[in-house]
Design a protein around this ligand. Structure first.
Ligand code: KG4
Length: 347
């Protein structure tokens, strides 16, 4: 733990994200975003999913140019940085190690503190990223956040910037994973979420029915839905070899409807039980157009005060790591040079 005296003014936070297959760096000056650079890794598309070893190698190649570009676009010198916030976990351990090691090296060279950030907390706090000349409304504590990405589906009770509790989570696949795996069955690209979203807009959401999970409390399950999707297609293909080609849009629309219904039913239960009507959504799947529409519908119908992130802050990005680090910086919460990444989900 570093000391309070290391805080500088203005607070210039460099954020670094490397938990999965995006290398990202951002600069935040006194809480306002100055740059946010994301280098995606095309290498995985040939494999239909992220290959961990390839991801860590690509992070190694990308991290220096990505950080340099973030510093250049922010119009600062590296000596202006007050602290480096980086994603410590959860995520792929090899990918996380690249961000962790790079942060240790740069923080030591610049003699500034490092700040560890939980990737999931970053997604949840993405709603607090302030951009220059944009007067943005932010959620009021306590609020509920539906966090839906390729690796996580959770309902988080957010009591303060650094006080969050997971009250529900998937017991198997994440919502994004269900989109990705079903898109693969249809012969679509990776990641499959945007592909399903686009096709769903031309299809009939009631064309097909799929199994819905019956899980207690606020937890989710998406593996049964995925299997139901696969079996329905397998059964139809026996008599109609061109079933997928003919029904692609209807399959996507029906799949998307069920995923959204499952997500929203549990979220509504959490709102009703807690009485908290300030509700946010975050993570890659929050880019989904159907989910965004469902949020607006629920807001109107049930009087929720909703927060839906800008599309560029839905998927993995360093701006959310920088803003989470900024709040820790203000509280004087710093990391230790000996800290190592963690892969498992905790908040
Ligand atoms: O948050 P994220 O970038 O990475 C993780 O931390 O997992 O989320 C990636 C996930 C992928 O599963 C992707 O298919 C999904 O977000 N996704 C979408 C959409 N855009 C991205 N899912 C549904 N509709 C979208 N428009």
């Amino acid at each position: 733990m570093e000391t309070e005296q290391q805080k500088k003014s203005p607070a210039c936070i460099l954020g670094i994200e490397s938990s999965c297959d995006d290398t990202s760096a951002a600069v935040l000056m006194d809480g306002v975003l100055r740059s946010n650079v994301i280098s995606s890794q095309a290498v995985h598309s040939a494999y239909g999913g992220v290959v961990p070893e390839l991801a860590s190698r690509a992070h190694q190649q990308n991290i220096v140019p990505t950080v340099s570009e973030a510093i250049r676009r922010a119009g600062i010198r590296k000596e202006d940085i007050s602290a480096i916030a980086y994603t410590r976990g959860p995520g792929l351990i090899g990918s996380l190690l690249v961000g962790n090691s790079f942060t240790k090296g740069l923080a030591t060279a610049l003699n500034i503190p490092m700040i560890e950030v939980n990737h999931l907390q970053g997604h949840v706090l993405a709603h607090f990223i302030q951009e220059p000349d944009v007067d943005k409304r932010v959620p009021v504590f306590p609020y509920l956040c539906l966090l839906v990405s390729g690796g996580n589906s959770q309902i988080v009770l957010v009591k303060a910037y650094n006080d969050m509790q997971i009250i529900g989570q998937t017991i198997d696949d994440a919502a994004g994973e269900a989109f990705d795996k079903c898109a693969k069955v249809l012969g679509g690209p990776y990641p499959g979420g945007p592909y399903v979203d686009k096709l769903a807009q031309q299809g009939d959401p009631k064309a097909f029915q799929f199994a819905k999970p019956h899980i207690d409390g606020y937890d989710y399950s998406f593996s049964g839905l995925k299997t139901s999707f696969l079996y329905l297609i397998r059964d139809h293909l026996k008599n109609e070899p061109d079933f997928i080609d003919k029904q692609r849009a209807n399959l996507c629309a029906s799949l998307q409807r069920v995923v959204i219904e499952v997500l929203m039913q549990k979220l509504k239960k959490a709102v009703d039980d807690t009485g908290i009507r300030c509700v946010a959504v975050a993570g890659g799947v929050s880019a989904n157009s159907g989910l965004r529409t469902a949020f607006s519908d629920y807001a109107q119908r049930y009087g929720w005060d909703i927060f839906v992130p800008k599309i560029s802050f839905t998927t993995d990005n360093a701006a959310m790591i920088a803003v989470t680090g900024y709040f820790k910086y203000l509280d004087g919460v710093f990391d230790n040079i000996a800290s190592t990444p963690f892969s498992k989900v905790v908040i």
